[in-house]
Design a protein around this ligand. Structure first.
Ligand code: NI
Length: 183
């Protein structure tokens, strides 16, 4: 059994503690950890299809994937607790906000993800699968189209690491294109 999972989960819970995200229903938000749990569930399911994956690497990076980008957790703490390989995975999943546009930030991250083990690309696929849930009530049609296009780029660039996850993401993209995300 992967030995970093409980410490990673507690650390993510602690650092995402005060974050919530909007839902399709105005006035209703969810704890950010709901997203992290959703990505973790996707990753756990993917392991059934990929016994060759390093479960500790996959699941730890799933749990920690937004900590460096969205919380005050430091790279040093991730390295000290989980080691350099998990840190490199989480860093690849973190946008470089010094890049000028959202598009450049995404492409930079995808480039770095491709230089890591396939487990890291798998986490990114799980993340986007979970993110294609029904969007916040205030998103415009243009924003939804752009988000769907971004998902197609992610699928094209990373889909080769998992037939199972690419099919999941392709199905989510198709449902999103009909105007509805799915949980
Ligand atoms: Ni995420």
């Amino acid at each position: 059994m992967p030995d970093h999972l409980q410490p990673a989960w507690l650390l993510a819970a602690h650092h995402h503690e005060n974050q919530r995200y909007p839902t399709p229903v105005e006035g209703v938000t969810l704890p950010y950890l709901t997203h992290i749990g959703g990505v973790l569930i996707e990753a756990q399911q993917a392991l059934h299809h990929h016994p060759e994956f390093d479960a500790n690497l996959l699941l730890c990076c799933a749990i920690l994937h937004d900590t460096l980008e969205d919380t005050d957790l430091s790279a040093d703490e991730v390295r000290t607790t989980f080691g350099p390989v998990i840190l490199a995975g989480v860093q690849a999943l973190t946008k470089d906000e010094s890049l000028p546009s959202k598009r450049a930030q995404m492409e930079g991250s995808l480039h770095r993800i491709l230089a890591e083990a396939p487990e890291i690309a798998a986490v990114k696929l799980c993340d986007r699968i979970n993110n294609l849930c029904p969007p916040p009530y205030y998103w415009t049609a243009e924003k939804k189209v752009a988000y769907r296009e971004e998902a197609q780029i992610i699928l094209r660039q990373l889909g080769h690491v998992s037939t199972y996850l690419s099919q999941r993401l392709a199905d989510k993209i198709a449902a999103y294109g009909k105007g509805e995300g799915t949980n």
